[in-house]
Structure formats: C-alpha cells, structure tokens
Design a protein around this ligand. Structure first.
Ligand code: DOR
Ligand code: ZN
Ligand code: ZN
Length: 425
C-alpha cells in the first residue's frame, strides 16, 4: 500500500524541512521525502496549494464513552477528530463509570481499535470516580495504557490530595492535567463574573477562581518536582503565573482552546447556552493575554476540550444547560482564522502547538513527520473559506458557538498509519 502526496507545502516545526515536497508513504510509514519522487504503482494525492503536516494531536477531548453515548461515542468522536485533521486524541476520564481502573482503560482501547483508526490515548482519573476523595492506582493505570492523569471536569479541590497525587504521579512519570477552578468559588454558575453576569443578574465564575488554582498547582509542582499541566487556561493572570513559574524552571506546562483566543463573554448575550463552557469565556483583555502567551511560548499547546452535549441538554435555559462546546471539527479553522490570517503567528509556530508540543507533554511518540516515522498526516487548504454547519458534523454534538460563522482554513485529507481516514475533496 503506497501513497504519494504530490507537491504539497510541507510544514515541519521540528526538523525545519519546508517548502514544496513530495512525500511517499509506504506500509504505514513515511518512506521518502523529496522534491520530486517518481514511483510506479502508487495512489497519488494532489496536494498542490495545500499544506502538509504531521497529523494534529489533541491532548484534551471528551469522548463520553462509556456511559454517555447519547452525547458521543468513541466511534463518532474519532470520526469527528479525523474530520478535524487530528490523528491522535487523548480522552478525559469523566465518563460513566469514570476511567479510574485498568478495566476501563481496556474498554476505551478496545473500542478505539474498532473505530476509524485515529489513535486514542486514554487519560486515567486522579481520584476514584473523580470524587476527589481517594487516589486511583497510578501504577496500574499506567500499565494498562493511561498516558496521563486528570479529574477534568472537576478540580482536585483538596490541596493535600493533589500534593500526594503529584508525588505519586512523578514516580510513575505521569503528568497530571489540572482543571483549575476553585469549586467553592464557581459552584454551578454559568458565566464569567463581570459585565455580562451583572447584566444578566447572575452570579458568575470569577477569574480568581482559576488563578488561585493555577497558583496552587504551580507551587505544588515546584515543591514536588512533578510535571503539572494546566488545562484550558483562560485568564491574563493565569498566563502571567505560568510564565513566572516557567522562568523559575518549574515543570509546568499549559494549554488553551480556540474559544479562549477568539471569543469573549459577550457571546453569552447572543448565543446563550451554546457559549457556556468551563472555564467561561472571559474579557477582551484576557483574549489578548492568551494570544500573547501563545506567541511568547508560555502556552505550550492548543487543545479543543471537545465537550459534546445533546441538543436537548443545550436547549435548556442558560443556568440549567451543561457546560462545554464541541471543537474537533472547527479547531484548526478557528485557529488559522484568528491567529494565522490575522498575522499574529507563523504557521509552523501554530502547528507546533497542535502536534509536537502536546505529544511531548503526554510523552507519546507522535506529532512529527519524519522519514521512518509513522505516517500520520493532515493535508489542509489554509485559505479555503467555509461556513460552519453543525448538521454536517461527524460528532453527535452540535453544540458550538461557531455555528454559522465563516472560517478560513479547511482540512482536505487526514491520514493515519498511511491510510486515508477522512477526505473532503
Ligand atoms: O465546559 C466543560 N465541559 N468543561 C469541562 O471541564 C468539562 C466539560 C465536559 O465534560 O462537559
Ligand atoms: Zn476542564
Ligand atoms: Zn475538558
């Protein structure tokens, strides 16, 4: 099985190979990269005018399977990933039951093996049932195939438990991915505390609720020497805190999501529950600080926090609807539209945060396109304009504030292990 990607514009943030190239994929691996490859008996993909890059890596998705299959399944979620250019996704354990033991890791891996081919990397929970009370068996989770630990959806509210978790995770060489929101400060509130919460006369989730947990986890990372990764960073002060602790040499990394560098809390006024997400959309000043953090390297990765919910759930009033938005099928286009086409960031700097950086944080051997390596590839048109139509999503979730929006940048092919798993031509 041979595939020749013909005359695409290769972007390689690591090796620095750039420019128009031919890439020959053979037996699931990258066989040759060259300026003009002549090869008989191959399937040729015409990539003229398109960008070719290592398949995208999303370190933060919710696949909802087991137990919440009405929102998403591993099958539909991985198809959504493929449509979004992602060849690897790491899935959060806040399912029913939670992925808190080897049997549940086995379940996720077995179901992923029967899905469309996109690699699924399970994350084990920090505490049993994500209840924040008793630590799971990190060693057993790692042995079963967990790539990281997280109670995402919930913070690990107890600082002493988090400290113990970091000490043990460090021994297992597992990174802890932390959902930073102080539970007592945010309760089940729907929006950011600020202009919009006042206008709607609702209690809000204050920025300090996130920042106080980022500060706590940064201090715990410093004290324990463990690797802490802050999920979906959304405020200016959170960025400043991570920047400060990185300068000190503390092993702290962080991600943000497309919604936090493109949208503000004002979206709630027009989109209602579709714009409800935890942490909430913030202010313009926060958006600008997030972009600064991406540019100066404080923010390592762009993840989606793909969080599908049913139409019925998202049709509830703002204060009763669940938080979260889908992201797999819009992430690349939103990112290109807001960071690349605005001239804020170079393509290779953006793609670094969507490939090799998240792979490094998860310690998985992905996110690079190199001769001899696995043939996970995305091919996209950076300039194609399209309108987001959630009814066309492969995901079961249609909950996106980007519905109806015109975006620039479209995935054309997604290739996993040398096989085309998605095409839009
Ligand atoms: O908005 C969110 N939705 N934030 C989270 O942390 C969890 C997620 C979910 O699971 O729905
Ligand atoms: Zn979260
Ligand atoms: Zn999440």
């Amino acid at each position: 099985m041979k595939l020749l990607i013909h005359q695409g514009r290769l972007v390689d943030p690591v090796g620095g190979i750039g420019g128009v190239m031919d890439i020959l994929l053979e037996d699931g691996r990258v066989a040759v990269i060259g300026s003009d490859i002549r090869e008989p008996d191959v399937q040729v993909l015409d990539a003229r005018g398109l960008v070719v890059c290592a398949g995208l890596v999303d370190m933060h998705v919710h696949l909802r399977d087991p137990g919440l299959e009405y929102k998403e399944t591993i099958s539909t979620g991985t198809q959504a990933a493929a449509a979004g250019g992602f060849t690897s996704v790491a899935c959060m354990p806040n399912t029913r039951p939670a992925v808190d033991c080897p049997e549940q890791i086995d379940y996720v891996r077995a179901k992923a093996a029967r899905s469309c081919g996109v690699h699924v990397w399970p994350i084990g929970s920090v505490t049993v049932g994500e209840k924040g009370e008793v630590l799971t068996d990190f060693e057993a989770l790692k042995r079963a195939g967990a790539v990281a630990l997280s109670d995402d959806g919930m913070p690990v509210q107890n600082a002493n438990l988090m400290r113990d978790a970091l000490i043990l995770a460090h021994r297992q060489e597992l990174t802890v991915l932390s959902h930073c929101e102080d539970a007592d400060m945010v309760k089940n509130y729907a929006v950011n505390e600020g202009r919009v919460s006042r206008k709607l006369r609702l209690p809000g989730r204050p920025a300090i609720a996130e920042e106080i947990m980022v500060a706590r986890d940064a201090m715990l990372a410093e004290e324990t020497g463990a690797a802490v990764h802050i999920c979906h960073i959304s405020t200016a002060k959170s960025v400043a805190l991570v920047r400060r602790y990185k300068k000190k040499g503390v092993h702290i990394t962080c991600e943000t999501c497309p919604q936090y560098f493109s949208l503000t809390e004002e979206e709630i006024l027009t989109k209602g529950a579709m714009a409800r997400v935890n942490p909430p959309l913030r202010t313009r000043a926060d958006v600008e600080a997030i972009i600064e953090g991406l540019k100066d390297g404080t923010i390592d990765a762009i993840a989606t926090d793909h969080a599908p919910h049913s139409a019925e759930e998202k049709a509830r009033p703002l204060t009763e609807a669940p938080s979260g938005m889908v992201g797999l099928e819009t992430a690349l286009a939103v990112t290109l539209t807001y960071l690349y086409h605005t001239g804020q960031m170079a393509l290779s700097d953006i793609l670094r945060k969507m490939t090799v950086n998240p792979a490094c944080i998860l310690r998985i051997n992905k996110g690079r396109l190199a001769v001899g390596g696995e043939a996970d590839v995305v091919i996209f048109d950076p300039d194609e304009v399209w309108t987001v139509d959630p009814s066309q999503f492969a995901s079961k979730g249609r909950n996106t504030p980007f519905a109806g929006m015109e975006l620039k940048g479209r995935v054309k092919y997604t290739i996993v292990n040398g096989q085309i798993v998605y095409r839009n031509t």
